[in-house]
Write a protein that binds this ligand. Structure first.
Ligand SMILES: *[C@@H]1O[C@H](CO)[C@@H](O)[C@H](O)[C@H]1NC(C)=O
Length: 225
């Protein structure tokens, strides 16, 4: 009798494990930090600053669940909308490190967080609930000080041009992992550093080497702002 129930228990747990494997919501995350100066100096955008003022550092764009097959889950649970009350203890920090720069009375950083949660966060809600999701992004931001890493390599936000490879190497040396760099162009057409992508394990806690490559990383080997 005891033996039978043990076998049953064993089979049951195996089934649970394979079930969990089948419904895995994501394989890893991209954590994306952006350089506000490069968001704001393009032709298309004008920027407005909120309570926390003009940023002096990279800001968070998002924490995006991703699959190893390079597909991106999105909008996974409309029934779990963003609830500001759930992150009330993080709001001051979020205002500073995850702000919106959109102008207009109707836009707010909370709207940006809501967009990010609905589009991306709900796709990893089995691992990170709303509070844990935003906390995970803030924790990674605390650990990965891109501005300091670049400054230590002699790369300053001074409007001068740097080699893309030097920027990548500095970030690799400072974090231990290869970044993906996204560039954009300023109003005069100069190619500049816009966003830095790093990969984070499926629990949202530690940096990992990116399991996939992104197309945006190729063929931008040009001087940058
Ligand atoms: C990628 O993998 C996920 C998880 O296994 C799956 O749900 C999705 O359909 C796959 N997408 C493609 C394009 O193969």
């Amino acid at each position: 009798m005891q033996f039978k129930s043990l076998v049953f228990l064993h089979l049951f747990s195996l089934q649970c494990l394979s079930y969990i494997c089948l419904v895995q919501s994501h394989d890893f995350f991209f954590v994306v930090q952006m350089w506000p100066g490069s968001y704001c100096d393009t032709k298309r955008v004008s920027c407005c600053y909120r309570a926390a003022g003009k940023p002096t550092d990279f800001t968070i764009h998002g924490l995006w669940p991703h699959f190893n097959n390079n597909s991106i889950p999105q909008d996974c649970n409309r029934k779990n909308p963003f609830n500001k009350a759930k992150v009330s203890d993080l709001t001051t920090k979020l205002e500073k490190t995850w702000p919106t720069f959109k102008c207009g009375r109707k836009s707010s950083s909370a709207k940006f967080w809501s967009h990010e949660w609905t589009k991306h966060g709900t796709c990893s809600e089995d691992v990170l609930d709303q509070h844990a999701y935003f906390k995970a992004a803030l924790n990674i931001k605390d650990k990965v000080n891109l501005l300091e890493i670049l400054k230590n390599a002699g790369i300053q936000p001074d409007g001068k041009f740097y080699k893309l490879d030097d920027i990548k190497e500095a970030i690799k040396a400072g974090t231990g992992y290869n970044p993906v760099i996204e560039c954009n162009t300023d109003a005069s057409g100069n190619i500049q550093l816009y966003q830095v992508y790093l990969c984070v394990d499926s629990a949202g806690s530690s940096l990992i080497e990116c399991p996939v490559t992104l197309k945006r990383d190729t063929s931008i080997e040009l001087p940058m702002l």
